[in-house]
Design a binder for this molecule. Sequence first.
Ligand code: 26Q
Length: 763
Amino acid sequence: MSKFANLVNEKYGKSLDQMTDQELYQALLELIKDKANDYPLNNSKKKLYYVSAEFLIGKLLSNNLLNLGLYDEIEAELQSVEKTIAQVEEAESEPSLGNGGLGRLAACFLDSIATLGINGDGVGLNYHFGLFQQLLVHREQHAVPDSWLDQDTWVKRSQKTYDVPFANFTLSSTLYDIDVFGYGNKKRNRLRLFDLDSINSKIIEYGSINFDKQNIAENLTLFLYPDDSDAEGKLLRIFQQYFMVSNAAQLIIDEAIERGSNVHDLADYAVVQINDTHPALIIPEFIRLFTQEYNIGIDEAVEIVKNTIAFTNHTILAEALEKWPMGALERVSPDIAYIIRDLDKRVRKAHPDAPGGFIIDDHGQAHMANMSIHYGFSVNGVAALHTEILRDTELKEFEDLYPGRINNKTNGITFRRWIMNSNKALSSLLDEKIGEEWRVNHDLTAFEKYADDKDVHAALAEIKAHDKLKLKEHLLHRQAVVINENSIIDVQIKRIHEYKRQQMLALYIVHKYMDIKKGNTPKTPITILFGGKAAPAYIIAQDIIHFIMVMSEIIAKDPAVSPYLQVVMVENYNVTAAEYLIPATDISEQISLASKEASGTGNMKFMLNGALTVATVDGANREIAELVGEDNIYLFGKQADEIVELYETSGYNAYEYYNDPKLRSLVDFIISDKAIAIGNRERLYRLHNDIVNKDYFMALIDLEEFIEVKEKMYEDYEDQDLWMTKVVKNIAHAGFFSSDRTISDYNRDIWHLEADYEVVIDK
Ligand code: 26Q
């Protein structure tokens, strides 16, 4: 009997074929948790702490099996009882401990850090409820709690506990760990998640995501906050952030001492990368601990922090830059408020002529980004264009004050999850054509020589067709929707936000619908899929979902159009859904208003999986275009510098665009009799009014060009050799976007840690 069958027999008294999927999942979980003991922790002198409010790790079963080199063995065993790992993984609930890109990036980074053998842990919070689950009922989003901890999970309780002193009370925490295995690496790291001991999930209203927001002592780690959350949640979020960083700072100091630090030399033992400003309060918290607990003078404390903290910025949206009222900080911790005032005084003294960089502004608000730049040694953007914009505009004063401090680290994605696991057929084709080395060095450039190879084109087409079938099955099973597996699959998946311009794609759909009604039927049917959650407090985002679903229904009910066009809003878009959607996609929608998307990472996943991209020159799209060449990507729209100028001069007037009869007919369809007959009048009028009179994110500015480029794309699809040539070139240049490259760059320029990298290739 095999080891696994043996374990199953011992623990469950059953043979493999008698086990349910749920039981098999539990058994594999246990097997891997045991196996972790054979993998010592990385333990070099200096250690990275990636502190983040979000780690959107997704399901871990198949990725852990892959990284441990157990995948094939377990797949074969399950096959003997006519099951697959994918099927067993259905029983695992997805830990949705993140909102979107920033959280998923943190998860990809953990995978790469472990794979490269770098001593580095993630540090965050053990939310009892992850990002809400989205139900689509009557063409509207409903948010329900995501109770992922109800079943057995990867989380292990540790012995470590801490106290966190708030203004009026002290709360205690317990640390939980999730093991992080690198691909083929024999050592392990961990994701360290703190939880509140006095948590009480009974304070949640049954079946809703509402709870008593005042009850800090019982609610602190209950929920992950949606971005764009309401004002009521703000104070709670500061409490949550302080709880996270106080625990993190105490852990980091304790572990450094264990490795030999005397705290004065902390920067030789630890480097702390803060993921956006959500963990920025770790700066004053370190200073509080150094001065109060370790007898270090404040000047030295400030110096230690400056040498330890590095900050990543993920946004230039002004409304997303965190500013906390000093009054609110006082209510959380008077000590922290006092230290922030002191840090502000130091900045004002040293740089009186750079008021844009002051920490506390004239309205008594503390700017977390400013504090993180002054009191860290590195600040990085997440794509070349994003970093240029930071240097030239938002952070211009800082570039002058600290030349060289602002640096770029273009985002990446882990190839383990986003191709090796989710697209096994494509991975095998690459093995066959260019050898297996790409799995460890992420170099795919050798694939370019197949750009005109008809057999490779045919093989790629076959893989895509198979992945479309898998997606079809998944959607049928998950939401009882039937898609056409022979259609062009055109996908926009990401959080719903006006700057990402789902509403622009919806207006394109209106155009296409009208055009088909006029008799211009596409040669190949088109399926446009949207996926994404809208923050519950973000009303216009909910209205956009509603309009998409209204269009979906109008089209489905119109027999003259439905054979050619289908629109689907995928319910509860999450990491698991992405793993089905991305391999099946032909057209990747990356259509944000130029300058607004810091990087994007979905764009990279699609390219790697053989989709072609329609894109504005924004975030990492620009780097994709540079790599593949402009013939192999479909660019359109205004450039970032033009948009930045329009904002500076208030030069955009939506109404002028609306006055164009062609655009007007599309926009007015939102409030047409047909739409109102199906939809909610209030929502549709609000959306219409917003686009006509405000359109802050300029959905109309690029719409005409967007329509043109999309028509060109569908036309090009008809020439499959032309299309597949471009697909090959996209895959061949995707290697740059491996998060192993990103992490190597962070390590080379910022962290300077040893990398203990010895990989055994094992599919
Ligand atoms: C802030 C205050 C209160 C409540 C919530 C928040 C909050 C939470 C999450 C603000 C922002 C976020 C998430 C931001 C995010 O995901 N940014 C994305 O980061 C990706 C990784 O770098 C980039 O690829 C995307 O371009 C960027 O939008």
